[in-house]
Structure formats: C-alpha cells, structure tokens
Design a protein around this ligand. Structure first.
Ligand code: AN0
Ligand code: CP
Length: 316
C-alpha cells in the first residue's frame, strides 16, 4: 500500500472512524510495528510532519530513522541522464535501493521546485521511490499534494462541525515568497471527496489545476465567499496557470484573514496547516481567538499519520 493521495485511503467515513478510534486508544496497536523500521526522508524543512509522524510510528511500536537529505547526506541528483559534474554527489537510482534495504516503510517529503510545471506535476521525485524502492511509500508533502495534512484537516472538521453539511471555504492569503500548490490542491481534492459545501476563493490568476479544483465553486470575491461559512481554511500558494507558474502575482493584504472578514461568516472556525506568517495570512486576533483551531488541527497530524502507518503495517 502506498499513500500519495485521497485515492489511497478508501471510503472517507471509514478512515475517519478508524482515526477517531486510534485517537481514543493510541497505544492499542503497539505490537504491529515490532521490529519494523520507518525511514523518514526530508528534502525540505519540517516541524509538524517530522514530529507527528515519528510520534505516530512510536505509538505503533516502530523503529524510526530520519534523514535530512540536504544536511549531512550526499546531495542527490534526481534526473536520469545528466552528466553529474555539478554539486550532486549521488544519484537517486543508487540511493533509493540502498535506503530501502535498511527499512520496511519509507516516508518522503519533496516539495515542488516551482520552476518546471511538468516536472512538478509528474511527481518526478516521489514516483521514483514508488518505482524503485520495493517498499510501501507515503507522502509527507510531495510536489502536488500533502495528503497527511488533508486527512488531519478532515478529522478536525469532523470533530468540530455542528451541522451535517458544513460550508468550507478555502481562501488564498498573501505571503512574501512563492509557495507550492500542494496544500490547497490536496485540501480541495479531499473536500471534493466529501459531501461538504466547498468554495474556493482567490484573486484572479491563482486558479488551481482543474484536476484538483474539480467541481468546487470558485468565487473571486472573498467577502462573498465568506458569507455563511462554518470553516475558513487559509493558505497561500503561488500561481499555477500558464507562464506564471510558481510566481507570486500578488501580496495584497486586503486578502489577509482578519476579524472583520470572520464576522461575515457563520461564526466560522479558523484553520491553517501551519507554519503561518502572522499579519500576512491571518491577523493575531483571529489566530488567537477561541474560534481558531490550528492547534488541534496540528495535533491531529499524529492521528492521520498513525492511521496511515497502521494500515501500511497491516498490509506488509
Ligand atoms: C510549505 C507549503 O506551503 O507547502 C509547507 C506547508 C505545510 N510552507 C512553507 O514552505 C512556508
Ligand atoms: N503542516 C506541516 O506539514 O508542517 P511542517 O512543514 O512543519 O511539517
């Protein structure tokens, strides 16, 4: 079993039910991971994914190894056929089978480079792990998706919702640097797989790839989108469309989520995957308000990771 997208988790209601059972009794499956080793491989920085996934694996009794590829390991070439006369010392094609020989399950974080859309949207790095490792592979945020985050987001919404079909609004918000589309892509993909009322709002030019936006309503008017919302999910992303791929088109702070905008909602909860830049994405008062659920959302990363690892161990 690999875990790369919503398609790898089966029916969502069953996945959430299993996650909540694990949350209520997180050491019940400690035997499953005995003498099994998880390798977590990071091409990019992380706070939550690193700690929550390691904690999840420890709850399951696994051994865990963590490698930061760019700090301490050899710099890895990822493209086949290049003459390696630059700064890359080792090729993924050797590194993958070597690393796989030391572990049973591999988690990979490899962000989009944001330079070549084709390379990013073909998932050239994580797909090589799937192809060449001979091990189950899960995404800890790849180029186009962050499924452990979206699964934790779904669990959080299920815990906090007070109506059967809440209105969920994914809103773009400003940020000084170019960020991948992985989090919003993945969130949209998971929300589209639920029965929620799901709306995406962003300035023109920030349209997500159609395969991720799916049938979600898109509204360029943020205030109108916020009306009646039960959950506001803020995130910055760089442009996807056309020649602007990977660029920052706007840092317009009129899109920052503030209390005046939250007042348009139906007393919505505020969500963000973190890390978040305060007073760019969201004001201090909104993220500190009682309606902000960013901390329980982050805490649920342990639960989404443990649910996925449990299923992977069961399928070994
Ligand atoms: C990353 C991103 O936007 O994809 C990770 C988010 C979980 N964020 C930053 O690099 C700030
Ligand atoms: N939300 C999330 O994935 O955080 P990290 O980048 O800190 O892992």
């Amino acid at each position: 079993m690999n875990f790369l997208s919503v398609n790898d988790i089966g029916p969502l209601d069953a996945a959430v039910k299993e996650a909540l059972e694990i949350k209520a009794n997180r050491f019940a499956f400690k035997h499953l991971g005995e003498n099994k080793t998880l390798l977590m491989l990071f091409f990019n920085s992380s706070l939550r994914t690193r700690l929550s996934t390691q904690k999840a694996a420890m709850n399951l009794g696994m051994n865990v190894m963590v490698l930061d590829v760019n700090q301490g390991a050899w710099k890895l070439e990822t493209e086949r056929g290049v003459v390696m006369d630059g700064d890359k010392v080792e090729h993924l094609l050797e590194a993958i089978p070597v690393m796989a020989s030391y572990c049973d399950i591999i988690g990979v974080r490899a962000f989009a480079g944001l330079k070549d859309k084709k390379e990013d949207y073909e998932e050239r790095v994580i797909s090589q792990f799937v192809k060449y490792s001979g091990r189950p592979v899960f995404s800890m945020e790849a180029a186009t998706r962050h499924p452990l985050q979206s699964f934790a987001d779904l669990i959080t919404i299920e815990e906090f919702k007070t109506k059967p079909r809440p209105k969920i609004v994914l809103t773009w918000a400003p940020h000084p640097r170019a960020l991948p589309q992985a989090v919003p892509n993945s969130f949209a993909e998971w929300m589209n797989a639920t029965g929620y009322d799901f709306v995406i709002t962003h300035p023109e030019g920030y349209e997500l790839a159609p395969e991720f936006a799916g049938n979600a309503r898109v509204d360029y008017d943020q205030a109108r989108a916020f009306e009646g919302a039960d959950f506001i999910y803020a995130k910055n992303w760089s442009a996807y469309s056309g020649p602007n791929y990977g660029r920052v088109l706007s840092t317009d702070r009129s899109w920052t989520v503030d209390s005046a905008k939250m007042a348009l909602t139906d007393n919505a909860f505020f969500m963000h995957c973190l890390p978040v830049r305060r007073n760019m994405i969201v004001t201090d008062d909104v993220i500190e308000s009682p309606r902000s659920i960013v901390i329980p959302e982050a805490a649920n990363r342990e639960i989404s990771a443990q649910t996925v690892l449990k299923r992977m161990l069961e399928s070994l």
